[in-house]
Design a protein around this ligand. Structure first.
Ligand code: C2E
Ligand code: CA
Ligand code: CA
Length: 510
């Protein structure tokens, strides 16, 4: 079946390229989405870190204002200043209590008035800030302590830790943010811990305060990005997948057009992949080499030698057969002309010519040039009219065949007896040779009815004074039968298979 393997191969190539285009599109889309998500998530996280840092800064600014407001009270008797301390606590939103200390000893509290407690200065980062998980009053209530030192005295302002923690929680939309002071870490939504991320942890991000010794830190995990891809870009993902599918289908169709059998043939012609194979033709009387038939082969770069049955019908259908045949005639001329003297006298070359080519006057020029190249040992040119496509017999064909006859070219009807129009050609065209199809020759020696047809064709040819070529002669019985009936020429595997030009030339060389 023509082109079947070729088509399967092309189909695989098309399918592969369509899948590649589709995947390429999806990968490209995913890469864009990933890049967008990574940069958006990081930007957003930086914004959250900055917002949290500003929020804690402003809370500590408040504490600092409170400390400034009570500075004057340092050194005064505690009972005198407790009302002032309590007023400050009342008007400052985050502040829980204020304590005054001399050296490391607290002596006055806004909650209890005169009060004794030692400050463990090691707890304070840069002597200024301490995250306390809880105290003996409220064990599970975290407190942020801000310390303002004035000479040998100090003011400590205690801030409600849960307020800051809930702020952190609100700001943690991508990943949980943590407040880090020295070795302590409070993470939004968790109980305070002193486990810090190691600095080299992948995805670690931190935003330090420039005014107070704390930082806001977080860590972005790959899962956070994937989460965000699905949360924010699912429609883009679906759109890219659809685009991939559509471009895959488009590529499949487009490559179908690009790699149509016709285009494949055209490419092969440009690359000189159609080459001549030569089959010997012998005379009926002495079975001596008298000529040859030129048969086209497609030397395919991947599929090897392709027989004409698989591509000639398509070539005829597309019209490419004409340039292909012209190219074949040129190749045979160029390869045989240098060996003109080695050829037997009156050697004839048979070319297969399709119906449409019999309306193209370039054929006359090609024949003229061909014959001229063998002037030193004149040859006969036979054009075999193949019958796959119907020849319209009109003025043009008549003129063309007349011109060919003027050049001495002989016209043969190929596969005589198999087509419908053979007899009408005999009536309307000046035919010189009939070629009996191998399907009839193969019946010789059998009881099949068409065997008698061979006799009829031979009879017809004799009466019309036409020469006869029997093709497909495979054994001696067929040969003897045909020779007994004076068939002019014989062609078949018995005398030689179609072979490359070089091989054929080595046969005719003395
Ligand atoms: P065809 O013109 O009838 O050519 C004879 C075919 O029979 C060739 O097949 C040849 O290899 C084969 N053959 C020769 N002797 C024997 C034999 O003893 N036994 C058997 N079983 N077969 C034999 P091939 O080369 O495959 O060509 C097939 C057909 O393709 C040709 O049939 C011809 O119609 C077409 N073709 C080949 N070359 C050309 C060309 O250049 N132009 C055109 N238009 N058609 C071509
Ligand atoms: Ca032929
Ligand atoms: Ca045939």
């Amino acid at each position: 079946m023509p082109f079947n393997t070729l088509k399967t191969h092309q189909f695989k190539v098309r399918l592969f390229s369509a899948i590649a285009v589709s995947l390429g599109c999806i990968l490209f889309g995913s890469a864009i989405i990933l890049w967008q998500t990574v940069s958006n998530t990081q930007q957003e996280t930086w914004t959250q870190l900055r917002n949290a840092q500003q929020r804690i800064d402003s809370s500590l600014d408040n504490a600092h204002q409170v400390a400034l407001a009570v500075r004057e009270s340092l050194g005064k008797p505690c009972n005198d200043i407790v009302p002032l301390l309590r007023t400050q606590v009342a008007i400052s939103p985050d502040v829980r209590s204020i304590l005054l200390a001399h050296g490391n000893n607290i002596y006055c509290s806004s909650l209890y008035g005169p009060y004794q407690e030692r400050i463990n200065i090691d707890n304070y980062t840069k002597g200024q800030l301490f995250l306390m998980k809880g105290n003996w009053v409220k064990v599970d209530q975290p407190i942020v302590i801000y310390r303002d030192v004035v000479g040998n005295d100090s003011i400590t302002v205690r801030i409600y830790g849960y307020l800051l923690l809930s702020e952190l929680n609100n700001l943690s939309t991508n990943t949980p943010l943590s407040l880090v002071v020295g070795k302590q870490r409070w993470q939004a939504g968790k109980t305070p811990t002193d486990q810090l991320f190691p600095l080299e942890t992948p995805g670690y991000m931190e935003q330090p305060s420039t005014r107070y010794p704390f930082r806001i830190v977080t860590r972005l995990y790959p899962a956070d990005y994937i989460d965000n891809i699905w949360r924010f870009s699912k429609f883009s993902l679906i759109a890219w997948a659809l685009l991939g599918l559509v471009s895959g289908i488009w590529a499949f169709r487009k490559s179908g057009r690009m790699h149509s059998p016709e285009q494949e043939l055209r490419g092969a012609l440009d690359h000189q992949e159609f080459i001549p194979y030569i089959q010997p033709v012998v005379s009926g009387d002495h079975t001596q080499l008298t000529g040859c038939e030129v048969l086209m082969r497609w030397q395919h770069p991947r599929q090897g030698m392709i027989s004409p049955d698989r591509f000639i019908p398509m070539a005829e259908h597309s019209g490419l057969i004409i340039p292909m045949t012209r190219n074949l005639i040129t190749q045979v001329r160029e390869q045989f002309a240098p060996c003109v003297q080695q050829l037997p006298r009156n050697f004839h070359f048979g070319f297969n010519i399709c119906a449409a080519h019999f309306r193209d006057f370039s054929l006359v020029e090609d024949c003229c040039e061909f014959i001229a190249s063998f002037r030193e040992n004149p040859i006969k040119l036979v054009l075999e009219l193949t019958e796959r496509e119907l020849l319209v017999v009109d003025d043009v064909t008549h003129r063309l065949i007349a011109e060919l006859h003027k050049l001495g070219v002989l016209i043969a009807i190929d596969d005589f007896g198999t087509g419908n129009s053979s007899l009408s050609y005999l009536q309307n065209l000046r035919i010189d040779i009939l070629k009996i199809d191998k399907s009839f020759v193969s019946m010789i020696g059998t009881d099949a009815i068409p065997a008698h047809l061979v006799d009829n064709v031979i009879d017809l040819a004799t009466r019309l004074d036409l020469k006869l070529v029997a093709e497909g002669v495979e054994n001696e019985e067929q040969s003897a039968y045909l020779r007994a009936r004076k068939v002019t020429y014989l062609q078949g595997y018995l005398y030689g298979r179609p072979m490359p030009v070089k091989e054929f030339l080595s046969l005719v060389s003395p």
